[in-house]
Every structure is written in structure tokens, then in C-alpha cells.
Write a protein that binds this ligand. Structure first.
Ligand code: BGC
Length: 581
């Protein structure tokens, strides 16, 4: 595709749902891959200290190969003071001793590759830890020095410089600025931190920063990683002059108004300007540079953007042919569990990404949001990062939540493009809503004085063996976040080989997806099943999800997969079926 033909804004026309929508094609593995997110702290703990580690992951990799995924994405395992669970990096080219060593990483990579799994690392370029040597050097250096210019230092306002440079609010709550104390003990400049004060933002206008990250990328590419998930890929350039900004609602958030209002068409995302720290056009130049570095390497290395911008046609700008490969589809993640918004977001996603030659991605859970086995049964909106906990009103019904989650995943895995799974969702894990206050670790909880629970509820170590200490997470029974007492039925060994278990549903879906090449297919909408369904054909498979209250009569054909038992040829509510057509 000629680059000059791709406009800066890719309009998504309102087409009738009768059309077939074609996904962009290409031979790269990531276009149709199912990528499994490992949150290293909570996956498997080999040394029993209560925090997961790289040898633990390596030991459990065969279970993922057996599950049928194509790749793993590892949340950060780099050296870090762990103020934001590793998203505060103090050395990008080393492994934190909590997780192991570089040697352990090499073993993990070799084992994964031996099992046919690609490995994606998580790069965190928007900010470093305040313990990073670059930031320590900036603190020690005078105002206006090259060391200070690697970060976003500004003078305060007012005669004493004690008023913050602007009114921006941190995503984790509280102001986005922290004042430093100079080496001589006097109050100094302020630095910007979109997240916690221990995560100072880098100055990406500075070529020195850009060059350093090229080296970091090459360090991991040389070791053999298959690509990077890129943290906060929409935040690295700030609007010139850092103008004041007050978010329209809900306080600061990860980005634009992703969510049901946009999907329902209540809010027109085009009408809402991007905050001066999200989605600035200057970020694209950074991705063009990264693209060039990855292109130096063989084997289709992937870049996946975490870019919370709206609408989808704007997200697509991150994946133009000379930028990144994929971007997370948060509009899909937050679509209401209703037929019309789901059909709409699916259509808009494929169209928007296809327009730039990229595959759509699909995702329902990750380490920042309420697990979808709980979220899909929430009776009230829960904005990203707010979390749910003991005092949440309208707690989700776990039975309904799991039923919907199974239907939602079965729908997602039938869509053309690439899908992301989050560890534990294949077990049907719900959000842990009963974590005690004194166990919480998310900076959101602390920076909002407990007003927001934050994200700990989706980060609890996952259960492997029902009857073992800490459900087989380790042998010591320790766990950095306490595991609920009632998780034995979710354990992998309790579900293995059990017909109808969530684990077996995932395994069947992944095997059939690969067998019927659904990831590289296209989508033809079907209209014979009423308005309360999402129904389409992908290749030789008819997929129907019933979101209405009335059972839907099924067409004749072999049932390949169903998220709940089918009795008497009718599809019950909150159920997805795949039929060979
Ligand atoms: C990561 C979060 C993290 C934040 C700051 C995100 O988007 O996914 O877990 O807290 O970036 O690095």
C-alpha cells in the first residue's frame, strides 16, 4: 500500500451490515496470532517467595503450548523498584532479581521457541523509574543541563516557583507534577509524571532519548525477542507549551472516552479534543523510527501499541504500514454486552484497521481492567483503573459473568485478526473483589486515598493445582496478593479433561480457530437470526452469539463449538455457537 495514500484521519463510513468485510492480508505471523499475556508476578513462582518469576514461567510453558496459543507477551520483568509492578523501569537491559537473571530469560526464550511460541517483551518508554540512573543524574545536574533535558522538568509558577507548572492530573490520582529538592537543600524545579511520582516522564523531543531506546530495542532483538508491546504508546509527546487541561468527566484517565457512550453513539469522539498529553501527532515519528529498527531483523518482529485513543480510525494511525504492527482494540474491550454495539464495533474495527493494511486485534481482559468474567455482569459502569472491591455497589453475579465471558471469548476467537488473552481467563477466573485494604498494592489505591480500588483484583496469582499450597502457584503457599479461599474449582488441574470446563472450551476454540483458519478469514454478516444476535460467517464456520432473552433457532449443521450446552436445536441467551456451514 502506498504510504502517501493513507490520510492522517481514516474515516469509517456507516456501511449497512449486509456487507462482507475483508481483513487486510499479509503473511506475517502476528496478523492472526493468539497472544497470551503473562503477568510475571502472578503466573508461577519457582523460588517460593510469593512473587512469580522467569524460571516459574519456563516451567509452565508447555501448558500454554497445549492450550494452543501462538505467542506470549510478558509484562515487564526488567530491573525496577516495583512501585508500579515493574512498569517503573530502572534498567531496561537487565532482569530484576525478583524475576531472575538474563540467563533465565534466555532459557525462557529458548524453551518458548522450542515449543513454537513467540515471545513479546513489554517496553515502557514513556517514563522511567525515579531510580533510573538517567533520572538520578538529572536530579544531580543543574537546571538547563542536558541531563535535565532528558525528562520533563519545568519551573514552578509564582514568585517562589511553588505553584505547579500546570493543572494536569495524574492517571493514578493527584497532580501530575512533583517538586524536587536541589542538592543544596533548596526547593527546585518540578517534573512531570503522567503516572506515579516514581515514574518521571521522559522528554521524547530529545534525540538522545530516541537514540538510547534504539539501543534498548536492539539489545532485546539481538537476544531473540519476537517484538514488543509498547506501553502508553499514545502519551510520549505533550502539546507544546503544556497548556492547562481539565478532563470532561471522571478525572484523569488513560485516554479518550473509550467505552459504551462512544459505541452507542451518545458521544462523538471526534468532537472531543485529545488531552494535551495523549494522542499528539508527534508520536508517529517515534514509531517510524522503531519500525525501522525492527525491520533490520529477520522474522517479522511485531510492535503492538497500547494507545487509548478514539475513535478506531484514529487508533489505526498507529498501525500504518511504516509504524507499528498492531494496536490494542480497547473499544472492543469496553463495548457493552449488547448485540448492536458489538456488531458496530466489530465492523468499525475491521474497516478502520483494514484501511491501513493492518489486522484488527481483539481483547477482553488484561492486567489493567476488571476481568471480563466479572465485568460483563457489572450493573454499573466501572471506568478503566477504578476497579471493584468489597464496597462496590451492584456486584456482578459470578454465574452470569462467567456465562457471558465464555460466550464473549467464543465470539472473539472466531473473529479475523489477532486476539489477546490474559492469564487466568482460560480458567474463567473472576475479579477478586474481596481483597482486604491492607493487601492492596496498586498506586491508584494509594494516590486516590482508597477512593479507587485500582487493578489488584485482576492480578492475583493464578491457580494451577486445586489441592496444593497457593493452588500450585509455588510450593511455599506465599502469595504477594492473597488468593481467595474458593478458587480450587478454577484450578487448571480441576478443569483439565473435564468436558464443558472453561479450560476445555478455550482449548477447543483455539484448535478449531487454527483448523478453520478463522484468524485470516473475513466476515460476512448474517441477518436471519434477529436483532439480538451477532451472527456472521467466517470461511466455512457460522458464528452466532445470542444476546437476547429468547432462544434462537439454529440452522442445520454440525456444531463445532458452543459456549453452553445446546438443547433442542435452539441457542440459549448469552451463548455462542460455531456451526460448520
Ligand atoms: C500499563 C499499566 C501501567 C501504566 C504505567 C499502562 O498502561 O499497562 O499497568 O500502570 O502503563 O506504566
Amino acid at each position: 500500500m502506498a504510504l502517501e495514500n493513507i490520510p492522517d484521519s481514516v474515516a469509517s463510513a456507516e456501511l449497512p451490515e449486509t456487507s462482507t468485510i475483508i481483513t487486510a492480508t499479509g503473511s506475517e505471523w502476528w496478523r492472526s496470532a493468539v497472544i497470551y499475556q503473562i503477568y510475571p508476578r502472578s503466573f508461577a513462582d519457582s523460588d517460593g517467595n510469593g512473587v512469580g518469576d522467569l524460571p516459574g514461567i519456563t516451567h509452565r510453558l508447555p501448558a500454554l503450548a497445549e492450550l494452543g496459543v501462538d505467542a506470549i507477551w510478558l509484562s515487564p520483568f526488567f530491573k525496577s523498584p516495583q512501585k508500579d509492578a515493574g512498569y517503573d523501569v530502572s534498567d531496561y537491559c537487565d532482569v530484576d532479581p525478583l524475576f531472575g537473571t538474563l540467563n533465565d530469560f534466555d532459557k525462557l526464550l529458548e524453551t518458548a521457541h522450542g515449543l513454537g511460541l513467540k515471545v513479546i517483551a513489554d517496553m515502557v518508554p514513556n517514563h522511567t523509574s525515579d531510580q533510573h540512573e538517567w533520572f538520578q543524574a538529572a536530579l544531580a545536574a543543574p537546571e538547563g543541563s542536558p541531563e535535565r533535558d532528558r525528562y520533563m522538568f519545568r519551573d514552578g509558577k509564582g514568585p517562589k516557583g511553588d505553584i505547579m507548572p500546570n493543572n494536569w492530573e495524574s492517571v493514578f490520582g493527584g497532580p501530575m507534577w512533583e517538586r524536587i529538592i536541589n542538592p543544596d537543600g533548596t526547593p527546585g524545579q518540578w517534573y512531570l509524571h503522567i503516572f506515579d511520582k516514581s515514574q518521571p516522564d521522559l522528554n521524547w523531543e530529545n534525540p538522545w532519548v530516541r537514540e538510547k531506546f534504539f539501543d534498548i530495542l536492539r539489545f532485546w532483538l539481538d537476544r531473540g525477542v519476537d517484538g514488543f508491546r509498547v506501553d502508553v504508546a499514545h502519551g510520549m509527546i505533550k502539546e507544546a507549551g503544556l497548556p492547562d487541561y481539565t478532563p470532561p468527566e471522571e478525572g484523569a484517565s488513560m485516554g479518550g472516552p473509550v467505552g459504551s457512550d462512544v459505541i452507542h453513539g451518545i458521544t462523538d469522539p471526534e468532537s472531543i479534543p485529545d488531552p494535551p498529553y495523549w494522542g499528539q501527532p508527534g508520536v508517529h515519528d517515534i514509531w517510524r523510527g522503531w519500525h525501522t529498527v525492527l525491520a533490520e531483523y529477520e522474522g517479522d518482529r511485531v510492535l503492538c501499541a497500547e494507545a487509548w485513543v478514539d475513535p478506531l480510525s484514529k487508533v489505526a494511525l498507529w498501525v500504518r504500514p511504516d509504524e507499528m504492527s498492531q494496536a490494542f482494540n480497547f473499544a472492543y474491550m469496553f463495548a457493552a454486552w449488547k448485540a448492536k454495539p458489538l456488531r458496530r464495533v466489530i465492523k468499525e474495527s475491521i474497516e478502520a484497521f483494514s484501511a491501513v493494511g493492518a489486522p484488527s486485534t481483539w481483547v477482553l481482559s488484561n492486567h489493567d481492567v476488571v476481568r471480563h468474567a466479572s465485568r460483563l455482569a457489572l450493573t454499573k459502569d466501572s471506568p478503566q483503573g477504578a476497579g471493584i472491591g468489597p464496597k462496590t455497589h451492584g456486584k456482578p453475579d459470578p454465574v452470569l459473568g462467567l456465562r457471558r465471558a465464555r460466550a464473549a471469548t467464543s465470539l472473539m476467537l472466531a473473529l479475523p485478526g489477532s486476539s489477546y488473552l490474559y492469564q487466568g481467563e482460560e480458567l474463567g477466573l473472576p475479579e477478586d473483589m474481596e481483597l482486604p485494604d491492607n493487601a492492596r498494592q496498586d498506586p491508584t489505591w494509594f494516590r486516590t486515598n482508597g477512593e479507587k480500588y485500582g487493578r489488584d483484583g485482576c492480578r492475583v496469582p493464578i491457580p494451577w493445582e486445586a489441592d496444593k499450597p497457593s493452588y500450585g502457584f509455588n510450593r511455599s503457599g506465599k502469595s504477594w496478593l492473597p488468593q481467595p479461599q474458593d478458587w480450587a474449582p478454577y484450578a487448571r488441574d480441576a478443569q483439565e479433561g473435564v468436558p464443558g470446563s472453561t479450560l476445555e472450551l478455550y482449548k477447543s476454540a483455539l484448535a478449531l480457530r487454527s483448523q478453520h483458519r478463522l484468524g485470516t478469514g473475513s466476515l460476512e454478516w448474517l441477518h436471519d437470526y434477529g436483532k439480538k444476535v451477532v451472527a456472521f460467517r467466517n470461511g466455512d464456520v457460522t458464528v452466532i452469539t445470542n444476546l437476547g432473552k429468547v432462544a434462537v433457532e439454529l440452522p442445520v449443521g454440525d456444531i463445532l463449538l458452543s459456549s453452553e450446552p445446546i438443547v433442542g436445536g435452539a441457542l440459549p441467551t448469552d451463548t455462542t455457537v460455531w456451526i460448520r456451514s
